[in-house]
Design a protein around this ligand. Structure first.
Ligand SMILES: [Zn+2]
Ligand SMILES: [Zn+2]
Length: 143
């Protein structure tokens, strides 16, 4: 079997009959390079540096496609716009109440918590949203 260039990301798209186009790659890289939870505007700013002709509409559509195939994950925090991050293992979030910084928190014991919630409710639970609020180290040091 010939290994494809790009590995898993290409395979995920291919499974849905899609290809890794230049635009998809640019948008995916923009989210990766933002190394956090960028919103579409930030992804757009970063993507434009590599693909000057890309439009905000294309960025939105591409983010949607990349979420559908499981490469990205859309997150809603307490704001109007969605944020995006690479799909990876389940985790929680810590959000700074001063500057809005969002950091990932390892979801230790998540499997047990999920099992308990399923048994307790009988729900077929598919998603969680755990958010911790407080001040980040930088805001703490500013007083
Ligand atoms: Zn902060
Ligand atoms: Zn995250």
């Amino acid at each position: 079997v010939k290994e494809e260039v790009g590995g898993e990301e290409y395979r995920r798209l291919k499974r849905k009959g899609l290809q890794m186009t230049h635009q998809r790659k640019v948008v995916l890289d923009a989210v990766r390079e933002a190394s956090g939870h960028p919103d579409a505007q930030e992804v757009y700013r970063r993507a434009r540096a590599k693909a000057p002709s890309i439009s905000l509409g294309t960025v939105y559509r591409t983010l949607g496609v990349l979420c559908d195939v499981g490469l990205l994950r859309e997150r809603r925090f307490e704001e109007a716009q969605s944020r995006y991050e690479l799909e990876r293992e389940e985790h929680f979030h810590a959000i700074c109440t001063d500057c809005g910084l969002i950091r990932d928190v390892a979801a230790l014991g998540f499997g047990d918590l999920l099992a308990q919630a399923r048994v307790g409710t009988g729900f077929d639970l598919v998603e969680q949203k755990v958010e911790f609020y407080g001040r980040c180290p930088e805001c703490q040091s500013r007083n």
